[in-house]
Design a protein around this ligand. Structure first.
Ligand code: SAM
Length: 217
């Protein structure tokens, strides 16, 4: 499947600017694509997370594009990059280096195609960084990864260690249950954005999405 991915990807996605960062053209599974309404058994992909631009990722990318100075000349790791928008936004904001990371190899392939579409270049990695020290990075992007409590707890403990090690941690999230009040109390709200009206159904009814910075303990 890996070697056929590009042709499947191009067939089942469409270029889209229907999101919070219309300056990025991203190939996504949109309502115009047959895959949008396909039954799971008819899909060539098991879990095409990379075919969607999650509201959490939209928030971090929007924030970076509007506040490019925080990224300029810094080394950025986009963990769970999905379609790659956070990494692409960082590259467009003149980051020194950008690594788009996802444990799903299809996500990094989608990211490479989307990066090229936006005339940017990002490095990619399928390494599982969670739990690791990330010495090579100044800024860690987390777009919509608090969707599951068990994972959120492991992720949050790791992010706190990185923050204590002076990394800037930016978290985009529309209000998933893993971003509990307790966890939010250790963060600073940087921005809140209204999601485009016409995309609210595909965003599980979320009307807003937010970006937070994890405080240093
Ligand atoms: C909900 S999607 C969000 C994608 C993107 N950040 C966005 O907001 O559009 C979560 C992504 O995290 C990836 N992921 C899950 N566990 C991971 C891990 N341990 N390391 C890196 N990526 C991971 C998944 O493969 C998926 O692409």
């Amino acid at each position: 499947m890996l070697h056929q991915f590009t042709s499947h990807f191009l067939r089942h996605t469409a270029p889209s600017r229907r999101h919070l960062t219309p300056e990025l053209l991203l190939r996504l599974v949109t309502p115009a694509c047959a895959l949008w309404a396909a039954r799971a058994e008819d899909s060539p992909f098991a879990d095409p997370y990379w075919g969607f631009y999650w509201p959490g990722g939209q928030a971090t990318a929007r924030y970076i594009l509007d506040n490019a100075a925080i990224i300029k000349n810094r080394s950025v790791l986009d963990v769970g990059c999905g379609c790659g928008a956070g990494a692409i936004a960082a590259a467009m904001s003149n980051a020194r280096t950008v690594v788009a990371n996802d444990i799903d190899p299809f996500a990094v392939m989608a990211t490479n195609i989307n990066a090229e579409l936006n005339k940017t270049k990002v490095e990619t990695s399928t390494e599982d960084y969670i739990g690791k020290s990330c010495d090579d990075f100044d800024v860690i992007l987390i777009g919509d990864m608090f969707y599951d409590e068990e994972f959120a707890s492991i992720l949050f403990a790791w992010l706190n260690r990185l923050s204590a090690d002076n990394k800037m941690i930016l978290i985009g999230d529309p209000g998933r249950h893993g971003l509990t009040e307790g966890r939010r109390s250790q963060m600073t709200l940087l921005a809140s954005y209204e999601l485009p009206q016409e995309t609210r159904d595909e965003n599980n009814g979320f009307t807003h999405t937010t970006v937070w910075q994890l405080n240093k303990l």
